[in-house]
Design a protein around this ligand. Structure first.
Ligand SMILES: Cc1cc2nc3c(=O)[nH]c(=O)nc-3n(C[C@H](O)[C@H](O)[C@H](O)COP(=O)(O)OP(=O)(O)OC[C@H]3O[C@@H](n4cnc5c(N)ncnc54)[C@H](O)[C@@H]3O)c2cc1C
Ligand SMILES: C[S@@+](CC[C@H](N)C(=O)[O-])C[C@H]1O[C@@H](n2cnc3c(N)ncnc32)[C@H](O)[C@@H]1O
Length: 658
C-alpha cells in the first residue's frame, strides 16, 4: 500500500538554506552546494568525459538516493547539455522519501541563479508528484526524470533499470542509519550496469566496507570544503557469495531489438502517446488512422475527466493510476488551459453510505494534497452549485479535451500522421511489418504498435486478447448564465464538467450490448438522470429538464476494457508457441522453464484503457518505449508485468485452459 508521505519538513537558515527537521541535517554544504555536488557526484563519476563520449543517440542513466532539492540532478542536467551529443538522452532516476513541496523547492533552488533556466523547467513540471513512480519528461524528452517517491528500501526493489552512475546521497549515515544498510547497497549492485560507477560524500569506514562487500570497489579520494575525504567506486560484479537476485521470468523478459522505425496503428490517445514517446527517443514513426483526423473515436469527446479511481490497498491498478495521473497532469502543462484542459479539481460525491466509507478509507491512505474529504457545505462552496452531499475532492484533477492532447502528442516532427488508412492485415516481410488495406500496402516499419482499441482483435496475432467493447454516450449541454458558476468537475455515477467553449459535457452511459454508435434519446435521458443525482440545482440552472431530448447533442463511442481493468501494454508472443513452450506451467505453476519467450519480433500492443485512457494511455506510451529501448521502466516491475500482454496466456496455461 502507498503510505501517506508527508512533504519534507524544513527549517531555513539566515542565508536561505534548507535543513531537514526529521534528520537534523543539511541538504547541501554550507559553503557551496554547487561546488560540492560537482566535486562529489559529477567528478567522481567522471561524468564530463562519459557524457562527451556518448555516441550519437546514446543514453546515460544516473541513479540517486535522496532527490532532496534536486541540486545534483540539475548539475548533472546542466553538464549533459554542455557535453553530450545533441541527440543523446539523459535518464535520471531518484528515490525520495520526503519530497519537497513545490513552494519549498522553489525557495531552495532560488539560491542558484546560474541554474535558473533549468530550475524553471523543473518547477513547471514538478506537479502531482505523489507516491510511487513519477515520471517527468523535460526538454522534449531529451531528459527524463523518474522520481520514486517513498522509502529507498521499498522503492528500489521495484525498479527495473540499468544504472550507469550512482549518486549515493541521503543525509549523513550517522543521522540516517536506517537508509545506509547492506540491503540498500545490494539494491544498488543489482541495478548497476556493467562498468557502473558510484560516489558518495561520506568516507565513513563501515559504508566503504559494506559497499565493497556488495560488489563495488570503493576508494577514498580527497574531498572539498570541510569534507576531508569522499568515496568513489566502480561496480566489479555481483559478489559470488551473495545469493543471486530473482531471475526475471522469460515471458516478462525484454525482447532484444535494434530498430528505430515504428508503425503505430490507431490515432487515439494510446496511439498518439506511443508515437510521441518513441519520437522523443529519436524514432521515425508513421501513425496510421482510418478516419480523416486523429481522435475520432473514444478519444474524441469534447471533455474527459482526469479522475483517479484509487484503491486504499495499493493494487497494481491503483499504482498505475497514481503514476499515470501524475504523468498526464504534467503533460497538460504544454497545452492551453481553459480550451484544451483545466485543472479545476474533481469532486466525487459521497452519494451513498458505501461510497462515503470508501472515501474515508482513501482519505486515510493518501495525502491531502492529492485528495481530501469535503463536507456538504464545503463541497457546495467549492463546486459553486447546490449539492446534497459532501465528497472527496481531488484538487489537481480536472477535465481535458482529449483531441487536443492527441494533436499535441502527434505534432512531433518525427511523426508522420497518415489518415484515411485502414489497416486490415499485417504481414511480416524481411524483418519488417507491413500494414495492408486489401491490395495496397499502407506503410512498413521494423516495429508495429497496435493501438486501435478493441479493433486490434481483427489481427490474428492479437485476436485472443480478452478485450471488450462498452458503448458510452455523452451529452453536450449549452451553458447558461446560471450554470457558469460550476467551478469543478462533479461526479457521482456520471460526471459533469464546467463549460468548455460554451458547453458542458455530461457523461456517460454504459451499454454492454449495443454495437450502434448513433446517439439515442434514451441515453441522453439517462445522462440527465445522472445529472439530477449529481445536483438538482445544476439541472435547473442548465434548464435541462425543459430541453427536448431529440434535440440534445452528443456522441457515442466504444470504450475498450480488459477483464482486470488494467491496460494491455507491451510485446506480444506467438500464442500457440507460447502455450507449447510453457506447457509445463499447466502442471506446476511455480516452474520457470528456461526457454526464451517466442516473441512476435517487433509486435507491440497499447490498448485496453477502459474508462480512464486519459490517465493510463500517456504513461503507457512511456512504458512501451521503455520496453522497446531497454530503458528504466516508468512503473514498478510488478505493475509493468500486471499490464503485460502475456498475462492472459499465462493465466490460461496455469488454469489448464490452454
Ligand atoms: C463515452 C465515453 C466517456 C469517457 N470518459 C472518459 C473520461 O472521463 N476520462 C477518461 O480518462 N477516459 C474516458 N473515456 C475513455 C477514454 O476515452 C478511452 O480510454 C481512450 O480514448 C482510449 O484511447 P484509445 O487510443 O485506446 O482508443 P480510441 O480513441 O478508440 O482510438 C483508437 C483509434 O484507432 C483507430 N483504428 C482502429 N483500428 C484501426 C485500423 N485497423 N487501422 C487504422 N486505424 C484504426 C480508430 O479509428 C481510433 O481512432 C471515455 C470513453 C467513452 C466512450
Ligand atoms: C542531503 S538530501 C539530498 C540532497 C539532494 N540530492 C539534492 O541534490 O538536493 C537527502 C535526501 O534523502 C532523503 N532520504 C533520506 N532517507 C531516505 C530514504 N530512506 N529513502 C528515500 N529518501 C531518503 C531525504 O528526504 C532528503 O531529501
Amino acid at each position: 500500500m502507498t503510505p501517506e508521505l508527508p512533504h519534507a519538513q524544513l527549517d531555513w537558515d539566515d542565508q536561505g538554506r534548507p535543513r531537514s527537521r526529521v534528520f537534523d541535517d543539511v541538504y547541501f554544504s554550507s559553503e557551496s552546494g554547487l561546488d560540492e555536488t560537482r566535486h562529489v557526484f559529477i567528478e567522481q563519476n567522471r561524468l564530463r568525459e562519459r557524457f562527451a563520449a556518448l555516441p550519437a543517440g546514446g543514453r546515460f542513466v544516473i541513479g540517486e538516493t535522496g532527490f532532496g532539492t534536486g541540486l545534483n540532478f540539475l548539475c548533472a542536467w546542466q553538464l549533459f547539455q554542455q557535453q553530450a551529443p545533441a541527440d543523446a538522452r539523459l535518464h535520471f532516476v531518484s528515490v525520495e522519501k520526503y519530497p519537497l513541496s513545490h513552494a519549498d523547492l522553489q525557495r531552495a533552488l532560488a539560491l542558484w541563479p546560474e541554474l535558473t533556466a533549468l530550475v524553471q523547467d523543473l518547477l513547471k513540471h514538478y506537479v502531482a508528484v505523489h507516491g510511487g513512480f513519477q515520471r517527468i519528461t523535460l526538454e522534449g524528452g531529451r531528459v527524463t526524470l523518474t522520481l520514486l517517491i517513498g522509502d529507498a528500501l521499498e522503492q528500489l526493489p521495484q525498479l527495473d533499470a540499468q544504472i550507469d552512475a550512482w549518486f549515493l546521497d541521503g543525509f549523513a549515515p550517522a543521522k540516517n542509519p536506517d537508509m545506509w544498510t547492506p540491503e540498500l547497497f545490494a539494491e544498488l549492485a543489482r541495478l548497476a550496469a556493467p562498468g557502473s560507477t558510484i560516489s558518495t560524500f561520506t568516507s565513513t569506514g563501515w559504508v566503504r566496507r559494506l559497499l565493497n562487500a556488495a560488489g563495488f570497489k570503493m576508494k577514498r579520494t580527497p574531498g572539498i570544503g570541510h569534507k576531508w575525504e569522499v568515496l568513489r567506486g566502480e561496480f566489479l560484479g555481483w559478489p559470488e557469495e551473495a545469493p543471486t537476485p530473482a531471475r526475471i521470468k522469460p515471458w516478462f523478459a525484454r525482447p532484444a531489438l535494434q530498430a528505430k522505425t515504428a508503425l503505430v496503428i490507431g490515432g487515439g490517445l494510446a496511439g498518439c502517446a506511443s508515437a510521441a514517446s518513441l519520437a522523443a527517443r529519436g524514432w521515425q514513426v508513421q501513425l496510421l488512422e482510418r478516419h480523416s483526423q486523429l481522435a475520432e473515436e473514444a478519444s474524441g469527446n469534447p471533455q474527459g475527466v482526469l479522475y483517479l479511481k484509487l484503491s486504499a490497498h495499493g493494487t497494481a491498478l491503483s499504482q498505475m493510476i497514481l503514476s499515470g495521473f501524475g504523468y498526464t497532469r504534467r503533460q497538460l502543462e504544454h497545452l492551453q488551459r481553459g480550451v484544451d484542459w483545466d485543472g479545476c479539481g474533481v469532486l466525487q460525491l459521497a452519494f451513498n453510505t458505501k461510497e462515503a466509507e470508501r472515501q474515508a478509507q482513501l482519505a486515510e491512505a493518501f495525502p491531502a494534497d492529492l485528495l481530501h474529504v469535503l463536507d456538504q457545505p464545503a463541497a457546495q462552496a467549492r463546486a459553486g452549485i447546490g449539492l446534497e452531499h459532501g465528497g472527496l475532492f481531488y484538487p489537481e484533477g480536472g477535465w481535458v479535451h482529449p483531441p487536443a492532447l492527441c494533436q499535441w502528442q502527434a505534432s512531433h516532427p518525427q511523426i508522420r500522421v497518415l489518415t484515411h488508412r485502414n489497416a486490415l492485415e499485417l504481414r511480416r516481410v524481411e524483418q519488417q511489418w507491413q500494414a495492408w488495406d486489401g491490395e495496397q500496402m499502407l506503410a512498413c516499419a521494423a516495429v508495429v504498435i497496435l493501438a486501435g482499441a478493441a479493433e486490434i482483435k481483427r489481427f490474428p496475432a492479437s485476436a485472443e486478447l480478452p478485450l471488450k467493447r462498452i458503448r458510452g454516450q455523452i451529452t453536450r449541454l449549452p451553458q447558461t448564465e446560471q450554470s457558469q458558476s460550476l467551478a469543478t468537475v462533479v461526479c457521482a455515477e456520471g460526471y459533469v464538467a464546467p463549460p468548455r467553449l460554451g458547453e458542458h459535457t455530461l457523461g456517460a452511459s454504459f451499454d454492454f450490448k449495443s454495437e450502434d454508435l448513433t446517439p439515442t434519446a434514451a441515453e441522453h435521458a439517462g445522462n440527465l438522470e445522472m445529472l439530477r443525482e449529481i445536483s438538482n440545482d445544476l439541472l435547473q440552472r442548465l434548464n435541462a429538464e425543459h430541453l427536448p431530448l431529440e434535440q440534445l447533442q452528443g456522441r457515442a463511442a466504444f470504450r475498450c476494457t480488459s477483464p482486470d481493468y488494467l491496460p494491455i501494454v507491451g510485446p506480444l508472443a506467438d500464442q500457440a508457441a507460447f502455450a507449447e513452450t510453457y506447457a509445463a506451467l499447466g502442471k506446476d505453476a511455480r516452474q520457470v522453464p528456461d526457454q526464451p519467450c517466442p516473441w512476435l519480433d517487433g509486435l507491440y500492443i497499447n490498448s485496453g484503457h477502459g474508462s480512464r485512457g486519459l490517465i493510463t494511455a500517456p504513461l503507457s506510451g512511456e512504458l512501451l518505449a521503455a520496453w522497446l529501448e531497454n530503458e528504466p521502466l516508468p512503473l514498478p516491475r510488478s505493475v509493468a508485468e500486471a499490464c503485460h500482454p502475456n498475462r492472459f496466456a499465462l493465466r490460461r496455461l496455469i488454469r489448464g485452459k490452454a
